[in-house]
Design a protein around this ligand. Structure first.
Ligand SMILES: Nc1ncnc2c1ncn2[C@@H]1O[C@H](COP(=O)(O)OP(=O)(O)OP(=O)(O)O)[C@@H](O)[C@H]1O
Ligand SMILES: Cc1ncsc1CCO
Ligand SMILES: [Mg+2]
Length: 256
């Protein structure tokens, strides 16, 4: 990726505004997600009790809804948080983990799609399933390429008015008319759990920034791609990659 694609002006906004990011995410990726947001300069808070989630969603700058370990009570709390965020004019972002593969979460995501998400970030199988163009993958990992899911991402963006990011070897970010292509990263990013989930949290936070939302979401994808490339070149495997990835996010400007 070229340095200008790092969108350093958006990164500057991100670091100086430090978006207070309400994350309702899955049990597997809580700490990694918080550390990614902190390394980029955002302020994460994982508030999940329904009453508190409803209250906090109106106060925070952005809300992330990730259905990776969805349960009925969590679904209810998420719905209350989304409605509160929408009423307060705060953007919310959906990560439809394993949608298509499992019925309960698929129904839930289809229902909340009507509540005007600002952005949707998923892997190819998830975006294809959410757009109604396939039955979905085997589980949380994709069985399709991002390029094959680009028409689905564009259709989903037009249908929902959200910015849709479909990620993989190449990331595509679209509003249904315009599409940004973000190459880079490294396959090691799929050997550490939560890079996609953490990206969705960064996308959520980026939706609270001023400027063009498509550009802001594409910038978020670019930062993660760059950090993945740098970290892969410095690590011996998934264990050391994880730490190097957080460091690379912290040092993004120095690598531009
Ligand atoms: N083959 C690859 N080469 C380079 N980068 C990749 C590759 N596959 C995924 N990535 C990057 O890894 C990150 C996570 O994307 P991915 O599509 O794997 O999300 P995901 O399946 O939702 O992940 P998770 O559920 O583990 O959080 C993105 O930044 C993406 O660009
Ligand atoms: C492994 C896993 N299982 C449920 S959520 C999750 C994190 C990756 O999406
Ligand atoms: Mg995922």
């Amino acid at each position: 990726m070229q340095p200008d694609l790092l969108d350093l002006h958006v990164l500057h906004h991100f670091r100086t505004r430090s978006p207070l990011t309400h994350c309702m995410t899955n049990d597997v990726v809580q700490t990694f997600t918080a550390n990614v947001l902190l390394a980029l300069g955002a302020s994460p808070a994982m508030v999940i009790e329904a009453e508190e989630a409803e209250q906090f969603a109106a106060l925070a700058d952005a809300l992330l809804i990730n259905v990776g370990t969805l349960t009925s009570p969590r679904a209810q709390a998420m719905r209350r948080a989304i409605e509160s965020a929408v009423a307060a004019g705060k953007p919310w972002t959906l990560d439809p983990v394993a949608v298509g593969a499992l019925a309960f979460r698929t129904r839930f995501c289809q229902q909340i799609l009507t509540l005007k998400p600002a952005a949707i970030r998923g892997n190819a199988s998830e975006i294809l399933a959410l757009a109604g163009m396939s039955a979905g993958g085997r589980g949380v990992d994709t069985t399709d390429t991002a390029a094959s899911a680009l028409p689905a991402a564009q259709a989903l963006a037009r249908q929902t008015n959200a910015i849709v990011a479909v990620t993989g070897e190449v990331d595509y970010v679209t509003d249904g008319q315009r599409t940004r292509t973000i190459p880079g990263g490294d396959p090691l990013m799929t050997r550490v759990v939560g890079t996609g989930c953490a990206l969705s949290a960064v996308v959520a936070a980026s939706c609270s920034l001023p400027g063009d939302r498509l550009d802001n979401v594409a910038a978020a994808c670019g930062w993660m791609k760059r950090a993945g490339s740098v970290a892969a070149s410095q690590s011996a495997g998934p264990g050391s990659f994880s730490g190097a990835f957080i460091d690379a996010l912290w040092n993004l400007e120095a690598q531009a």
